[in-house]
Ligand binder design. Structure first.
Ligand code: NAD
Length: 794
């Protein structure tokens, strides 16, 4: 039977359960959320005359959890409307409903006996063949299934999501010896393709992969801090981006996770291991004291750090008082900063004999050795360990990749000098002349496994543009962009300017790409694999030209930009843009005219030009208006003014979507645009979209006139803007920008309902853009954004 998940049940509506239910709803799966029934009423409930048999009380835990989803930050839901897919219930009245579910996920308290009792109940009500899984952080999966039916055991496994489930990529899948291969393989594919997760197969051992190594690393760091006399702030200043890890580094990560959760997870290993390893998992006294005092981190307002007014203070582990935050500054750190590439940056640190170098070496080396020690016990290969650490903890490089980067031979020598145990298999590997864990063979990556190198499994849905360029070269390249052959007659235009900002070089490459595609390809993908799709037009260039009074130059660039966007829109071949992450201003403008969008679910998109004192200049106003118009019901009357109002408001308030789903609510995406839940599949999905459009006989859209609201519509738009200014919500300069924007959206001085052509609207837009560029206050806004990275309200 072919498996699918049409409906799911999540049992336990705490932090993780509600987050998992939200993520299932995000991907469109109706989900029942169940929890226990409260056994007493609060005095407030009693006063209201409620009883324990009232539905509102019986579903209290899940109802509260569902409502909380709307308020949590970062948002667990990609669109508020997804809430409709979650049905709240309780374990006494609604357990029979799990008989309709294809997947039941247990996310209740971390207690083996309680979990076992629940599974007994689940076993009695589930339908045969349905999948059951536990989200436990570390309890044995096999032990939980003890006493259950054959069919239960066959369909039971661990699915360990990380917090928060929408955003953290890692999903550890933990089968038992009884789990059927089909179930494991189904969950792997479903987790990757539908839930968008990075799947790592883990063994049924305490804390599985990421938390086992992660907690070890954190505790090694705490101990080194105490022994080496470093401060909390000093440690954080070097254990974040300086070594390719998230900004939250060590102690801010702990504050976010919560000290109680961390101690619970660490104790779980402590109880199950022995000897030297166990000693590392012993929680230092000062951390237990912090827990007693309730200094758990963000959730209790203080932890390793305390915010006092604008100042952030760090905890002194000896005195348990908060001091001014310190940072490490050493020559090795400076050298590392100057060095190019991860390998050189890391070598500059780990082999340097100063306070930063010594700290990094002494926290890194034991983690590398520990990871190697656990190979075979927690995971089958080094790739699983590297991926778990990257996806679960946001590290840029896994332990074995890092070990290669600092030089395996050199570092093993140093480990031995320092008395750090090196696992036997690593010694043997070196003795046999193998000097790295990974190797490249043309476009294939090989990894070391049991005495030989094996080719890394190629996932056809994961396209690596860097590798593609290394092996196949580029069709053409300039300072801002490359044109690449994606294979199967599809080309890709990749931005590669700083922050992927759009300048003349990218615009030129757009035109070249369209000509080339017209002659030789089925279509074009506009995509890249940078940090963000594109943060906008090259503001520095615009400001510089404006300050030099070079308006002729700016007008020329804007004209070219507009023309290139029109060329995209009317290309004879399909053009699919693949936005992800920040897709702002010009980044959105390049998406709007394409034949179709293939957006990552995590796309933060919007026309934000007002924030820098401008309005969109590359056709964005017109395209967003037309996209709104295209969503109106065909053949039915609608209120044109309302459409203009909406577009005006969206651009005037620089509205940015918090997901692709919300971008759809904002009409930045329409019904034919698609969403990829797995960001790693984005380029592949976009390529498929090009191929489908081409195969369906794609032709360029027909040029149509655009109905506008004209002079009277402009007056209506401005009414709202004036009101905002009278009430003090917007500044005088905001009002000036609003005026220009309203004029462009309204289509200028024409009667209501006039049908104008696109070029006319582009000319209005360009004029308005240029006049705003010349405004001193707009230039101040641009300057502020470039220097401070945030908008100025003047
Ligand atoms: P939580 O305390 O926020 O929620 C636990 C839920 O279980 C509560 O809603 C509670 O009402 C319910 N519950 C309590 N007793 C129950 C019972 N007898 N029967 C049914 N439900 C009961 O906990 P959480 O952080 O969401 O953790 C849930 C599970 O997920 C645990 O196994 C935990 O180890 C695991 N986990 C947690 C995290 C994390 O970061 N918090 C991450 C990964 C995995």
């Amino acid at each position: 039977m072919k498996q699918s998940i049409k409906k799911a049940a999540v049992i336990g509506s705490g932090v993780m359960g509600s987050g998992i239910a939200a993520h299932l709803a995000n991907v469109g799966i109706p989900t029942i959320l169940l929890d226990i029934v409260p056994n007493k009423l609060t005095s407030e409930e009693e006063q209201k005359g409620l009883t324990l048999s009232d539905k509102a009380i019986r579903n209290k835990f899940t109802n509260t959890a569902v409502q909380k989803l709307l308020k949590q930050k970062p948002a667990p839901l990609t669109s508020k409307s997804n809430l409709a897919l979650i049905e709240a219930g309780n374990l006494e009245d609604d357990i029979a409903k799990i008989a309709d579910c294809d997947w039941v996920i247990e996310v209740i308290v971390e207690n083996l006996e309680i979990k076992k009792q629940l599974f007994e109940k689940v076993d009695a009500h589930r339908k045969p063949g349905s999948i059951i899984s536990s989200n436990t952080s570390g309890i044995s999966i096999e032990a939980m299934a003890e006493g259950r039916s054959e069919d239960f055991k066959k369909n039971f496994l661990g699915t360990h999501f990380f917090n928060p489930p929408r955003y953290l990529k890692l999903l550890e899948v933990i089968p038992t010896k009884d789990t059927s291969h089909e179930v494991v393989s189904f969950i792997k594919t479903f987790g990757e393709d539908v839930l968008g997760k990075g799947i790592v197969l883990a063994k049924d051992t305490p804390n599985f992969i990421a938390n086992r190594i992660g907690t070890y690393g954190l505790l090694v760091t705490v101990n080194e801090m105490l022994e080496g006399g470093y401060s909390v702030g000093e440690v954080d200043s070097v254990t974040g981006p300086a070594i390719g890890r998230p900004k939250s580094a060590t102690f801010r990560t702990l504050d976010v996770v919560g000290l109680d959760t961390f101690i619970h997870v660490a104790n779980n290993v402590y109880e199950k291991v022995e000897g030297k390893e166990q000693e590392v998992f012993r929680i230092p006294d000062f951390m237990n004291k912090m827990k007693e005092k309730g200094w758990l981190g963000s959730k209790s307002g203080q932890g390793f750090f305390l915010k006092k007014g604008k100042e952030i203070l760090e905890l002194n582990p000896e005195t348990l008082e908060y001091d001014a935050r310190k940072k490490l500054k050493t020559p090795a750190l400076e050298m590392s900063k100057q060095a190019k590439g991860y390998s050189n940056k890391m070598k500059a640190l780990v082999y340097a004999d100063d306070r930063a170098g010594n700290l990094i070496w002494s926290i890194l080396a034991p983690v590398l050795s520990y990871s190697a020690e656990l190979l075979g016990e927690i995971a089958d290969d080094i790739v699983a360990i590297d991926q778990a650490m990257k996806w679960g903890f946001g590290w840029d490089h896994g332990p074995f990749e890092t070990w290669d980067a600092i030089g395996l031979e050199e570092s093993v020598l140093k480990m031995k000098e320092d008395g750090i145990a090196v696992p036997k298999w690593v010694d043997e590997m070196l003795a046999n002349g193998h000097r790295s864990f990974y190797q490249k063979d043309g476009g294939t990556t090989l990894f070391y496994d049991n005495g030989t190198y094996k080719a890394l499994e190629v996932n056809p849905k994961v396209v690596h543009l860097k590798t593609l360029k290394e092996t196949k070269g580029v069709i053409k390249k300039n300072s801002g962009a490359s044109l690449i052959d994606l294979g199967d007659d599809v080309a890709l235009l990749e931005f590669q300017s700083p922050n992927n900002a759009i300048g003349l070089d990218i615009i030129q490459m757009v035109n070249y790409a369209l000509e080339e595609v017209d002659k030789n390809y089925k279509g074009l993908v506009v995509g890249n694999q940078g940090k963000n799709f594109c943060v906008g037009a090259n503001l520095a260039m615009i400001l510089m030209e404006a300050q030099d009074d070079n308006y002729f130059e700016i007008e020329m660039v804007v004209k070219h930009f507009q023309q290139a966007m029109m060329n995209i829109k009317y290309s004879s071949k399909p053009v699919v843009a693949a936005p992800f992450g920040m897709t702002l201003g010009g980044g959105t403008e390049i998406c709007l005219p394409t034949s179709q969008l293939q957006a990552s679910s995590e796309t933060y998109m919007g026309l934000v030009e007002v924030g820098v004192g401008l309005i969109p200049g590359g056709g964005g106003n017109k395209e967003l208006y037309m996209k709104h118009l295209s969503s109106m019901p065909q053949g039915l009357e609608f209120d044109l003014q309302k459409v203009a109002n909406k577009v005006f408001e969206q651009i005037a308030t620089a509205k940015v979507s918090t997901s692709a789903a919300e971008a759809r609510d904002l009409h930045l995406l329409n019904n034919k645009d698609q969403i990829s839940f797995n960001g790693d599949h984005l380029i592949h999905d976009a390529k498929q979209a090009v191929t489908s459009l081409y195969d369906a006989g794609y032709t360029a859209p027909v040029r149509r006139k655009v109905p506008v609201v004209g002079e009277t519509g402009y007056a209506t738009l401005m009414l709202g803007a004036h009101n905002m200014q009278y009430s003090g919500f917007i500044s005088e300069h905001d009002l000036k920008i609003a005026k220009k924007l309203a004029y462009v959206i309204a289509g200028g001085n024409v009667p209501f309902g006039t049908e104008v052509d696109e070029q006319y609207l582009l000319d209005l837009e360009r004029e308005a853009f240029l006049s705003l560029v010349g405004e001193a206050k707009s230039q101040q806004r641009m300057q502020h954004m470039l220097v401070k990275g945030k908008p100025l309200r003047n």
